[in-house]
Design a protein around this ligand. Structure first.
Ligand SMILES: [Fe+2]
Ligand SMILES: [Fe+2]
Length: 134
């Protein structure tokens, strides 16, 4: 396993913690598939699944940010968009055969998500809690 969720990643909002756990699982699935040498087709599908779930997760966060008037919304959203664009770029290059999924890419995904949660997502936790979202 590449990546294990623990309490230090908690943003103190149950629904969002659960989504983060799912994202960790999807990154681990991709890592496992890479390690055992699954076919390009299988890897591309897992990566697409990760992109779709990431999109869904970011929409959830952005929905609450707009609903509660989170001050850093635009900046936070642009980090989300940059990440999705980057991972979509990996996906197209991978499908086109010009990129192979490497440990470097796995670490990029893991480090981005880990930093984003610890540095950015953590900030909205207490803000959402004050609005009654737990
Ligand atoms: Fe998040
Ligand atoms: Fe976020």
């Amino acid at each position: 396993m590449l990546f294990q969720w623990s309490q230090k990643y908690s943003v103190n909002v149950k629904e969002i913690d659960q989504q983060h756990i799912r994202l960790f699982d999807l990154i681990n699935d991709l890592h496992d598939a890479m390690k055992v040498g699954k076919s390009q087709r299988v890897m591309a599908d897992i990566l697409q699944g990760l992109i779709d779930y990431t999109d869904y997760h970011f929409s959830t966060e952005e929905k609450y940010m707009t609903l509660y008037g989170f001050p850093d919304y635009l900046q936070h959203r642009s980090e989300h968009r940059n990440f999705v664009a980057k991972v979509q770029g990996f996906h197209s290059s991978f499908k086109a055969g010009s990129l192979s999924l490497s440990l470097d890419i796995m670490h990029f995904l893991k480090d981005w998500l880990s930093n984003h949660i610890l540095v950015k997502d953590k900030v909205y936790g207490s803000f959402f809690n004050q609005k009654g979202l737990e």
